[in-house]
Design a protein around this ligand. Structure first.
Ligand SMILES: NC(=O)c1ccc[n+]([C@@H]2O[C@H](COP(=O)([O-])OP(=O)(O)OC[C@H]3O[C@@H](n4cnc5c(N)ncnc54)[C@H](OP(=O)(O)O)[C@@H]3O)[C@@H](O)[C@H]2O)c1
Length: 323
C-alpha cells in the first residue's frame, strides 16, 4: 500500500511517499481502509521530533471502512472513525491507504456526510466535547471563554458550546477573524493576549475557560474565573515551554479549578471512546445544527502542502486529506 513515512525528524520534506506492506488482521484490532483523515498539530510536533513518541507512519486519526476485525467487535464494511490508541505515535498511523487500530479506539460513525466532512470530526470533536462536557462540565446558560477559538479545535468547541446553550466569549489575536467567530455563534469576541483577565468585562464571573493558547495564558485564565469556576488546559498554540516558576501561593486564585486533557488517553481505562457521542455529533452536523465543514481538503499527494499551511497558521479551521 502507499504510505507517507517519517524518514527523519525535521521539516516538511521528512514526510516521504513510499510502499509498505498492508497491515494484517490481528485479534483486538481493526484494519481500516482509510477514506480520509484529519491533519493535526500533533503530527507536526512528531515530525519535528518534539514529542516523546513518533511512529514511522504518522497520523493520529482517520475515517474509513472496516476491512477486518477478527474479534467481531465491528462488522466488516462498516463506516468507522479511529483516533489515538497509539496511532502515529507507537503504531503506524493514518497517513496511508490502510491502518490497524486497537478496537478500543474505533467508533462506528454511520452517516451520509461526505468522507471529507466526516474526517473533520473524530479527533477534534472528541477532544472538544470531552474538555467541555467532562473536564469543564459546562451547562446551558453558563459563560465559557474559549481561547484560541479560530483553531480547528477552538471552532469545534465554539460549535459544541453554542449548541449546548452556553454563552461563548471567543478569542483570536486578529480583529479580521472576529466576524468568523461571531458567525459561529460567539456572543462576543476578545483580542487574545496574556492579560485578558484584566480586560474582560465579566472578570471573576466566568464559569469556564477552555484554554488552547496554553501554558503562557493558563494562569491568566484561572484569574478570570468565579469561585468554583474551571479552566481546562488542552492546547499549546502559544508554545510548548513550561509555565516558568509556577508558584500557586503567589499566582493562583483561590477556589478555582485547573484541569488538563490530552486525547492520548482515549481508549484507556476511565476514558472509553464510547463516552464521546461521535455518532450524535455527526447527526448534528448532518442536520445543520452547526457547520463542521473542513476549511481545506487535500488529496493524498498533497501532504507537504497541508503541513506547510499548518506551519503558516493559515488553516482557518480543520484540514483533511481524502484518498
Ligand atoms: N489536548 C488535546 O488532546 C489536543 C487535541 C487536539 C489538538 N490539541 C492542541 O490544540 C491546539 C489547536 O490545534 P488545532 O489543530 O486546532 O490548531 P490550528 O487549527 O492549526 O490553529 C491555528 C490557530 O492558532 C492560533 N495561534 C497560532 N499561534 C498562536 C499564538 N502564538 N497565540 C495564540 N494563538 C495562536 C491562530 O489564531 P489567531 O491568529 O486567530 O489568533 C490560528 O488561527 C494545538 O496546540 C494542538 O496541539 C490538543
Amino acid at each position: 500500500m502507499r504510505a507517507i513515512v517519517l524518514e527523519k525528524f525535521g521539516g516538511i520534506d521528512s514526510l516521504v511517499y513510499t510502499e509498505i506492506p498492508k497491515p494484517e488482521p490481528l485479534e483486538g484490532h481493526v484494519v481500516i481502509e482509510i477514506k480520509a483523515f484529519g491533519v493535526n498539530h500533533a503530527e507536526m510536533h512528531m515530525r519535528r521530533g518534539e514529542w516523546a513518541e513518533a511512529a514511522k507512519v504518522s497520523g493520529i486519526e482517520c475515517v474509513g471502512i472496516v476491512k477486518s476485525c477478527p474479534g467481531g467487535e465491528f462488522p466488516v464494511g462498516a463506516k468507522v472513525a479511529a483516533l489515538m490508541g497509539g496511532l502515529g505515535r507507537t503504531i503506524n498511523g493514518s497517513y496511508a491507504q490502510f491502518t490497524r487500530a486497537p478496537v478500543s479506539n474505533v467508533a462506528l460513525i454511520e452517516s451520509d456526510l461526505s468522507w471529507a466532512q466526516l474526517a473533520a470530526i473524530p479527533e477534534t470533536y472528541a477532544t472538544a466535547w470531552t474538555c467541555l462536557f467532562r473536564n469543564l462540565e459546562i451547562e446551558q446558560g453558563q459563560t465559557v471563554v474559549i481561547r484560541g477559538a479560530t483553531s480547528s479545535f477552538g471552532q469545534a468547541a465554539v460549535n459544541l458550546a453554542v449548541n449546548a446553550g452556553a454563552k461563548v466569549i471567543a478569542t483570536t489575536r486578529s480583529r479580521e477573524r472576529f466576524a468568523k467567530l461571531e458567525a459561529l455563534g460567539a456572543s462576543r469576541v476578545e483580542l487574545e493576549a496574556p492579560d485578558l483577565s484584566k480586560r474582560i468585562a465579566q472578570a471573576k464571573e466566568i464559569d469556564a475557560v477552555l484554554d488552547l493558547v496554553g501554558n503562557s495564558t493558563i494562569l491568566d485564565s484561572l484569574a478570570m474565573l468565579r469561585r468554583g469556576g474551571r479552566a481546562c488546559l488542552a492546547g499549546w498554540l502559544g508554545g510548548l515551554a513550561p509555565i516558568a516558576d509556577f508558584n500557586p501561593l503567589l499566582q493562583m486564585s483561590s477556589g478555582v479549578h485547573l484541569t488538563f486533557f490530552g486525547s492520548f488517553v482515549f481508549g484507556t481505562p476511565g476514558f472509553p471512546l464510547s463516552d464521546v457521542p461521535l455518532q450524535a455529533i455527526a447527526a448534528d452536523v448532518a442536520a445543520g445544527r452547526f457547520d463542521a465543514t473542513p476549511s481545506r481538503v487535500f488529496s493524498f499527494d498533497e501532504i507537504h502542502e497541508a503541513h506547510r499551511v499548518m506551519e503558516a497558521n493559515a488553516a482557518n479551521g480543520k484540514m483533511v486529506v481524502v484518498h
